[in-house]
Write a protein that binds this ligand. Structure first.
Ligand SMILES: Nc1ncnc2c1ncn2[C@@H]1O[C@H](COP(=O)(O)OP(=O)(O)O)[C@@H](O)[C@H]1O
Ligand SMILES: C[C@@](O)(CCOP(=O)(O)O)CC(=O)O
Length: 919
């Protein structure tokens, strides 16, 4: 660690650095060094921060990373990295200059700093601390009081007089731990006044300041009377959230010594590479903070102008603004505000996308959080309440993004959550004009933006009038039906073993569900919009509910009971066309995204049945099924839409154990309608399997002939290799192609259909609950059926060269396996039966061969659960999962998680949510 001489004048931070000898170079004479020191003494903070003395043997201009645990020799400057390392040492000397400190230490985290500092306190002694402090600090203090015999007392440090009764007399106060501004309420403690007061009454007590919210750039507590300062280096000092670190800076040798002893004893010093990262980050601290603060001020002004209670010392009416600016040079980039409604706060936080939902602060990217559920969750709810920490508090940590993007994003979240509404008495200025104001006067621009909105409940006379007129015209302005909490659902994809395409024409097909699924959340919103988010397809759209073509809804609504309306049998062409136009108007033209959006809107409107029954919500879906690979991704998506909407409309209740047959059929009917939107004339087998799970023999009802659905139970033991060609294709086109071929060559196609029916009949017998065949014979028959079925699909012209490559590779000696395409073909997936005695080494070799050919083979497990919904009991009243640990971002709308985890993570994410109920 770095031990410069102590500068007697703590009021000038840069002068103490002058007293250090590190800028001296052996080539300079003493007088040169003096001159240089005098020059450095004049440097201001940002100059000091940007210029690091490397003292490197080769003159490296960036401090090298000494990635070594040990150093050779006996009497060298370094021997063991726990005790000292040149990279860490370089960082520490640099930090000491920035703090104007006697010395500085770099440690592994901010909490490690506190740990080292608290070891100066002995059992029986008293520590005074604030009542609004970081949750982790509170946790460690609580531990110390329950396990270390230390008396910890929390006080309101904004009122120095409250400390008086604890100082002197029989009290043994040896440490006073302060934050200013406090986290997360941004309260201000007068550090100088408290230090003087404590020193006058308890001269041996150490004043310790957690300066993380400010950094040494804005506030240097050692010059205000503190003995020890610490910072979480993870925050502003490093600035990029790519390293965890902590920094302790001390006033004099008396404090330096025991802390140095402790760090060396336990080995809590920062690792060389992390020291390098922190040193690199700190060079730009002033640049980053200036930008972050300027934007934080705009955000605070904006929220303040909208009427929220905002905590930020940069606001004119902050109760201790004067005290703050007496001891600091800026207001920092963290602010918090209250909404008075926890559920509303959760919707706001979950509704942002640029603001990342995360703990911590100080990075170049902006973050949003609810401290009571995240950074401060380790303080019990009762203590939080006692200390006046509102559960609905939202903390914003501003980064360096363009302020306009941050405001756009926050504004959208405030609007969609219902926290603000349009101010109808405000005539909006031309957006280009408003944008132009930004260039000349950002603070005027922000107030102009705020004028366009207001908080609900403060309705102007004009607003009431307009809403009254809207309502009288049946245009329900604010009295929309509400969804009760968030609905989270999922549904599996499928593999067709026998009978694809033929099934469209009335032939029986055999299919089973797969263990890959689509997951979706239906999240209430309050801005009269309906939205769709499908990150897998890059789709993100929102529509005003009253702009949808409600007048085109088919009038014949077949009521069965009051709320269990069955799905319409056929699509309504004018409505479908109109919805295509609606989606295209939002510049969505890619087929997959267009289909997904139209399917969603079609079901959203038809399940509601009328605009009066529609609710404002966002539907978010993500799937770990490959899309358009023949594994029924569309059916899984359709099943999610149908089940989420039916549950939200309470047409299907969330069951405690499983759905009834009637409910399952209802969901299936609506999922089928969505499949029709996506595929024109599908058979319904995909949704039948997706809704029910397991394995089925499915026959479509056609031309008055009854259809049938039989659950099969004998397939589980059969191993299958599923190989994705990665060639995308369109089911609708392939199904239509077979239809055309049937018209052109009816006899040939009818013959093929009859043969496939015979295959499915035999397979159904083999896999059903009926007679049990000798195992080897069973496998042989299935293999023969697979080969035969594939050759018929080739005749129907739905194979593809990539599929034939897989058929050839797997049937070749020594494998001799049977393969067919599955699903619509034209690319997509092939399925290969793996006999029980097939040797493992050959299987691995085959998988490798297929991989080398550019395919994606997977050994699959088949026949999992069907449609599922997350149990209500696992969620709180507003539909969010409750009861998880701190720092996990829980309590946010689940949609936020679904959006964030990505396709690979979605299965695991869903499992961790709680208990699911299935059909
Ligand atoms: N996860 C999903 N989210 C939204 N839409 C989806 C999703 N998966 C599939 N779809 C829709 O279904 C179409 C794919 O259907 P299809 O070509 O039959 O493939 P699959 O055999 O996988 O069902 C996509 O183009 C898209 O419109
Ligand atoms: C080809 C077909 O039999 C199955 C389609 O499966 P997929 O879209 O490839 O997952 C069509 C249908 O049954 O609707």
């Amino acid at each position: 660690m770095f031990r410069p001489q102590y500068n007697e004048d703590p009021s000038s931070p840069t002068e103490s650095s002058l007293a250090t000898s590190i800028f001296e170079s052996p080539s300079h004479s003493v007088s040169d060094a003096d001159k240089r020191a005098a020059q450095i003494a004049k440097w201001r903070f940002s100059t000091l921060a940007a210029n690091v003395d490397t003292k490197d043997q080769y003159g490296a201009s960036s401090t090298p990373i000494y990635q070594t645990a040990t150093f050779k020799g006996v009497n060298g400057e370094y021997d063991y990295t726990r005790s000292g390392n040149p990279t860490r040492g370089g960082l520490e000397s640099h930090l000491a200059r920035l703090y104007g400190a006697y010395s500085a230490f770099a440690l592994s985290t901010g909490m490690t700093c506190l740990d080292m500092i608290l070891r100066l306190v002995k059992p029986g002694e008293t520590v005074l601390a604030g009542d609004d402090i970081y949750g982790g600090t509170n946790r460690l203090l609580t531990y110390l009081s329950t396990h270390g015999g230390v008396d910890v007392r929390h006080l309101d440090t904004t009122r120095p007089e409250l400390l008086l009764p604890h100082l002197g007399g029989g009290n043994k106060v040896t440490m006073v731990l302060l934050e200013s501004p406090t986290n997360p309420l941004l309260k201000i403690a007068d550090l100088g006044e408290i230090a003087a007061l404590v020193k006058s009454r308890a001269p041996n007590a150490l004043i310790v300041v957690d300066n993380t919210m400010m950094s040494p750039y804005l506030q240097r507590p050692l010059h205000l009377g503190a003995d020890i300062v610490y910072d979480s280096g993870t925050k502003y000092l490093s600035g990029h959230h790519d390293v965890m670190a902590g920094v302790i800076a001390v006033k004099d040798e008396a404090v330096h010594k025991p802390i140095a002893f402790m760090i060396n004893s336990v080995g809590s010093g920062l690792a060389p590479f992390d020291s390098f990262l922190l040193l690199r980050g700190v060079k730009t601290i002033s640049l980053r903070m200036d930008r972050q603060m300027a934007t934080a001020q705009l955000v605070a002004d904006y929220l303040d102008a909208l009427g929220f209670l905002v905590h930020y010392p940069g606001l004119k009416h902050h109760p201790k603004r004067d005290v703050h600016y007496k001891q600091a040079t800026g207001a920092g980039a963290v602010l918090s505000f209250v909404t008075d409604d926890k559920a509303l706060s959760e919707r706001i936080v979950g509704g942002t996308r640029l603001w990342g939902i995360s703990v911590s602060f100080g990075a170049v990217n902006s973050l949003i959080s609810m401290p009571c559920m995240m950074s401060h969750a380790s303080i019990s709810a009762a203590v939080r309440a006692e200390r006046g920490l509102p559960e609905n508090l939202i903390r914003l940590c501003v980064g360096i993004e363009d302020p306009r993007d941050l405001i756009d994003d926050l504004e959208a979240a405030l609007l969609s959550s219902g926290a603000i509404i349009h101010n109808l008495s405000y005539s909006p200025q031309n957006p280009t004009k408003v944008e132009a104001i930004f260039d000349t006067d950002p603070s005027k621009w922000i107030l102009e933006r705020a004028k366009a909105f207001r908080r609900p409940g403060e309705e102007s006379a004009m607003a009431r009038l307009v809403q009254g007129v809207k309502r009288s015209l049946g245009m329900s302005a604010t009295e929309r039906k509400k969804v009760e909490g968030e609905v989270v659902v999922s549904a599996p994809g499928k593999v067709i073993l026998f009978g694809e395409h033929a099934v469209v024409h009335g032939v029986t097909a055999i299919a089973t569900s797969v263990n890959l699924r689509c997951y979706a959340a239906l999240t209430p919103r309050s801005d009269d919009k309906v939205a769709l988010e499908v990150p897998d397809l890059g789709l993100e759209m929102a529509w005003d509910i009253d702009s949808l073509p409600w007048h085109l809804l088919p009038i014949q609504v077949e009521q069965s009971g009051s709320s269990r309306r069955l799905a319409d049998k056929d699509l309504d062409a004018p409505l479908l066309e109109a919805l295509e136009e609606v989606v295209k108007a939002g510049n969505v033209n890619v087929k997959s995204a267009l289909g997904a959006a139209v399917a969603w809107l079609y079901l959203y409107m038809t399940i509601a049945g009328s605009e009066a029954e529609a609710f404002s919500a966002t539907f978010t879906a993500s799937s770990n099924l490959p899309i358009s690979a023949g594994l029924g991704s569309s059916a899984a998506y359709s099943t999610c839409i149908a089940s989420a909407l039916l549950i939200a409309h309470q047409s299907v209740p969330t069951p405690s154990s499983s759905f009834t047959a009637e409910e399952t059929n209802l969901i299936d009917g609506w999922a089928f309608l969505s499949e029709k939107v996506l595929h024109g004339n599908p058979s319904g087998i995909d949704n039948a399997v997706s809704v029910r799970g397991g394995a089925v023999a499915f026959t479509r009802a056609i031309g008055g002939r009854a259809g049938g659905l039989e659950m099969l139970s004998g397939f589980e033991s059969v191993r299958l290799l599923l190989t994705n060609t990665l060639v995308g294709r369109d089911t609708k086109t392939l199904v239509a192609g077979v239809g055309k071929l049937r018209e052109e060559e009816p006899e040939m196609v009818e013959g093929v259909m009859r043969s496939i029916q015979a295959i499915s009949d035999e397979a159904r017998g083999l896999l059903g609950a009926g007679e049990v065949l000798d195992r080897q014979r069973l496998i042989e028959r299935l293999e023969a059926l697979i080969k035969e079925n594939h050759s018929h699909l080739v005749t129907l012209r739905v194979s593809h060269p990539s599929l034939e490559t897989i058929v050839a590779a797997t049937s070749r000696s020594p494998y001799n396996l049977s393969t067919k395409l599955t699903g619509a073909g034209g690319g997509g997936c092939a399925v290969t039966l793996i006999p029980d005695d097939f040797d493992q080494a050959s299987l691995e070799e085959l998988i490798e061969v297929l991989r080398r050919d550019g395919f994606e083979p997977h050994l699959t497990s088949l026949g999992g659960k069907g449609a599922g919904v997350l149990r209500n009991e696992e969620k709180d009243g507003a539909g969010r999962v409750v009861g998880k640990g701190e720092d996990e971002g829980v309590g946010m709308p689940l949609r936020a998680g679904l959006r964030g985890v990505g396709r690979e993570g979605v299965g695991k994410w869903a499992e961790g949510l709680g208990e699911w109920v299935f059909t």
